[in-house]
Write a protein that binds this ligand. Structure first.
Ligand code: NAP
Length: 314
């Protein structure tokens, strides 16, 4: 039986070669296929597909497939494949190194917003010497949307720094130091938050989540930090809210179209900080260990880790 590695990689092939090498080192002695099977015999050999958003349809026709293991945390593109084999477990990546990086990005954004450092940066360009207001962390309210692998760690880390943290999820959660809520409590939580951090998955329920109606629920002068998916935001509505001064700032790591087109208004907007989808990348070395552990679980009949609930979409 063989392992199939498929992805939509960077054009020069370096990314594909790196993954092939790191996974090969972590899973010695395996038979590998690094391109879609060419013959029915090759297709029949594939036991596990290790994937990074492969082209739609490329996982169809693999009769022995027992596991689809994503190398990326978000599976919205994979689930959008109408030919994704039904009935085969789909596991997503939960990578300790990625979790660590996401916490760093979220802490940086909250610290910069809370202490006015984005404004200070802009002031430097105009040679302006002005000290921003300094308030206690406990008086700065942060709302984390999504209390999953990433949101939970971000909420806990911010609470550890003394911020007043609320967290919102689909089902009720209890997290020490974090005021958790779910469902309809969102509007009240939005109205209190100085900074809203988005770490929701992209699903049918959360597509276009930040539209004009929801942005109008934000505290006046609040800020949005979107570290999840570009399609969570209705970009025109966000721009209108920023232009109207309803929102003070947006830190955006993800966009409807990536790379962000050169003419996009976000690039030069004084209230927007653009990141190139770099909040938290999968680390090939730690991710390879996660893949190896799931492969071992599959072959020894243990429970698979991080299996996606296809109906919920995450
Ligand atoms: P996760 O573990 O699946 O957690 C999702 C959380 O969102 C859960 O707490 C879930 O609630 C909550 N949720 C889902 N649907 C909801 C809804 N309709 N209403 C309220 N809450 C809802 O996800 P994750 O691994 O933390 O990833 C979060 C996001 O980060 C994803 O969008 C992923 O694509 C993105 N991401 C971005 C980067 C980057 O570099 N920018 C890197 C990695 C991941 P329950 O707890 O009740 O299930």
């Amino acid at each position: 039986m063989s392992l199939l590695l498929l992805g939509s990689w960077e054009q020069d092939g370096a990314e594909a070669r790196l993954w092939a090498q790191v996974l090969g080192d972590a899973l010695p002695g395996e038979d590998w296929l690094f391109e879609a099977p060419r013959t029915p015999a090759q297709a029949a050999e594939v036991e596990v597909a290790i994937v990074a958003n492969p082209p739609h349809g490329s996982l169809a026709g693999l009769p022995s497939l027992r596991l689809i293991q994503s190398l990326w945390a978000g599976v919205d593109k994979l689930l959008g494949d109408p030919l994704l084999p039904a009935g085969v477990p789909l596991a997503r990546m939960v990578d300790p190194a990625m979790n660590e990086a996401m916490v760093q990005t979220a802490l940086w954004a909250v610290l910069a917003l809370h202490r006015g450092f984005f404004e200070v940066q802009a002031q430097q360009r105009g040679h302006v010497w002005r000290q921003p207001a300094q308030c206690r962390a406990r008086d700065w309210h942060v709302l984390v949307l999504g209390l999953g692998e990433l949101g939970l760690r971000v909420a806990q880390s911010l609470a550890g720094l003394g911020y007043a943290v609320q967290g919102w999820s689909r089902s009720p959660r209890a997290v020490a130091g974090v005021a958790c809520c779910h469902g309809d409590a969102l509007d009240d939580a939005l109205a209190q938050a100085d900074t809203v951090i988005n770490l929701l998955p992209l699903t049918a329920m959360t597509q276009g989540f930040f539209d004009a109606r929801r942005l109008a629920r934000f505290k006046r002068g609040g800020s949005l930090v979107n570290l999840a998916r570009g399609a969570h935001v209705v970009e025109a509505d966000l721009l209108a809210a920023l232009d109207a001064g309803r929102l003070a700032h947006a830190v955006l790591d993800v966009f409807a179209h990536e790379p962000l087109p050169p003419q996009h208004a976000f690039w030069t907007h004084e209230r927007v900080t653009v990141l190139p989808h770099t909040a938290a990348q999968t680390d090939p070395h730690s991710a390879a260990e996660v893949v190896a552990a799931n492969l071992r679980a599959l072959r020894t009949g243990q429970a698979l880790q991080h299996v996606v609930d296809r109906r919920a979409g995450y």
